[in-house]
Structures are given as C-alpha cells and as structure tokens.
Design a protein around this ligand. Sequence first.
Ligand code: ZN
Ligand code: ZN
Ligand code: ZN
Length: 385
Amino acid sequence: MSSASSVGPVDSNRDPNLARGERMARVRDSMRAAGVEALLLSLGADLPWLSGYEAMPLERITMLVVPVDDEATLVVPEIEAPRVSHDGRLFSLRPWRESEDPIELIASIVGSRASLAVSDRCWASHLLALQRSLEKASWRASSTVTSPLRSVKDAAEIAALQAAGAAADRVADALLGGEIPLVGRTEASVSTEIAERLVAEGHRRANFAIVGSGPNSASPHHDPGGRVIGPGEAVVCDFGGSYYLGDTVGYCSDTTRTVFTGEPPGEFVELYETLEEAQCQAVAAAKVGASCESVDAVGREIIDRAGYGDAFIHRIGHGIGIEEHEDPYMVSGNRTPIVAGHAFSVEPGIYLSGRFGARIEDIVVASDAGPIACNTADHAIHVVA
Ligand code: ZN
Ligand code: ZN
Ligand code: ZN
C-alpha cells in the first residue's frame, strides 16, 4: 500500500457528511455554471455518491431533488425510509405513502424551476410521468453535471478502489497459482467459484465473472456456460465486485487474467507477449495531462504493428468507481485530459475468432507521481490445470 501515501492518507474519523456536503456544494456550482435549476437523482451512482443512499431498483420511485437555490429533499417510499441513514445537514427526508402520488409530490418540490437534469438511469416510466407533470421543463442527463466531478476520485474513494483491487488480486493470484481447477469443469462452475471468492475476499457482492475458454476466449463479453474446459486452451477470466470500505458506498473492482491449460503454442505466446507489451506501455502512458484517447492509441499502435490490429475490437479502457463502467472512457475521440484522481481500466485484448484470445486488465488511478496500479497480480502467462 506504499503508493497510497502519494494520494494522501484517509482520515477514518472524518465525518462522511462533511465530504458529501462538499460534493453538494460543488454540484451546485456546476449546476449554476450549466444553468440547471434542479437536479433529480433516482437510480444510478449519482445518488449514493452525493447522499450515501442507494435506492432500491424497484417500481416505487426514489428521487433526491436538489434545487440550485434551496435545500435538497429525498423523496422515498415510506416502506424504504428506515433504510436511509439521514443527516439533516445534507437533505430533508420526505417519505411518501401508498395513497400519495409521488410524481405530483416531486413536481411540487421542483415548482416553477424549468431547467432540469435527471439521472441517466432513471426509469423511462418515471421520467415520462414527470414530463407529463412538468410540461414546461427542459431536460438533460444528470451526468452532464455530475460526471466531471464524480470521475475525479478523492482519497477515500481511491482507498476503496485500492482495497477492491487488492481483494480481486487475491482471487487472480489463486487463479494464476492453479488453486482454481479449470480442466474438466464448466465455465459456469468456474465463474461461480470466482464470484464466491470475490465475496470471501471482502467484496459485498460479485458483479460479474466472465470465464471464456478455448474458442470462447475470443469473445470478449462471453457469457460463461456449459462448455467443459479442456487441456491446451486459453481461458480468459474477467471479474469484479463492489467493495465497501469504511463509510464509503461500494466501489468496484474489475480485473482480467488469461491463463493456459497446458503449454501454450508458439502462436499464442507471440500474441500474448504483444498484448502484455501493449498493456504495460498503455499504463505507462496514462499520465496526468495526456489525453484519454492517447492511452488507447499507445496500446493500439503496438498491437497494430504486430499485425493484430483487426483483432483488438474494443476501446482500451473505461472509468470505474461506484459503477463498473463510467467516465472517463479511454477511447479514440475522447480528448479529455487525464487529471489526478481519474480511475480507469487498461485492458487491451486480442481475439482470433474461432481459435483463442487473451486480455489483460488492471485498474489504475492517475496521480501527479504517475499511474497507481490497483491491480498488481502477475502478467506473465501461467500454465495451469
Ligand atoms: Zn468489459
Ligand atoms: Zn473487466
Ligand atoms: Zn473493465
């Protein structure tokens, strides 16, 4: 954890609501700058990031209404109100009863404010009902206000990402060390074991565990199924979960390692060495001030030069935080400069359709002292059984 000191120690005694109060003040500054009169947060990561409360993804609406010029109100189903750990300095609580119309209630809090931003993940059924009630309003996605703020992690968030990464690395180490048997098992069974290990290592929940073996290793988002893993195959394992450190809400891990069940053929070794070089150089390029797209370009250039350009069919990375995929995206066309506190994956892959593929993925956090790796499990090809 020595690299953690470069981003400042986390004060475990600090009041989480003070940190969230600061976020609220910054959100209001951004709303003012963008001309947004009220922010309406429902499902998705903005709400827990700002309030510490994770809404239940059910049909009853939960919505934090943040007027730019007045105190915030969390409108929540009465039956879920006991779940809210509520600090009145941040927002007031307005539970709604089954006999009330929550849409009318939210509309009355919004009042005559007309320039509104709503959660990217708000259900369409809720948004359509709000649009019928707030006829004169104009709408935009809340991410236009929150994303530039949310993508820059503070010290507590970085500590949570590092703890999540270390826990995922312990699972990766078990995979690389041959503790997770592969040959003779189905992909689905290995996927279940990886998910269980993520939880055993401290995640509150596993979010996904991709296991792609043999020809399926060439399918980047393969859905692990009944295929029995055989000897002499590449196996791509990409997994992550949500880790709750101290008083933070959950932050995600996401890492990929590719192993081989037996001695890999020369063709695979060649592919893998190119991939490893691309991943390593792309991480090194992820410096403060460089553009997001340049990280992708550095990795892609190495893969192109080795003749695998057409086999690298996705962007090199995505931001990560409360969500597995969020801003900033490391993709051609994203000229956003990297700033200290940006957290993202670097995950090039090479996929030879119908034959085999490989991917290496680590999460890194940009800092003024250079990229901090949240994943440090070995990159060398591991032969397992
Ligand atoms: Zn993915
Ligand atoms: Zn991944
Ligand atoms: Zn990823």
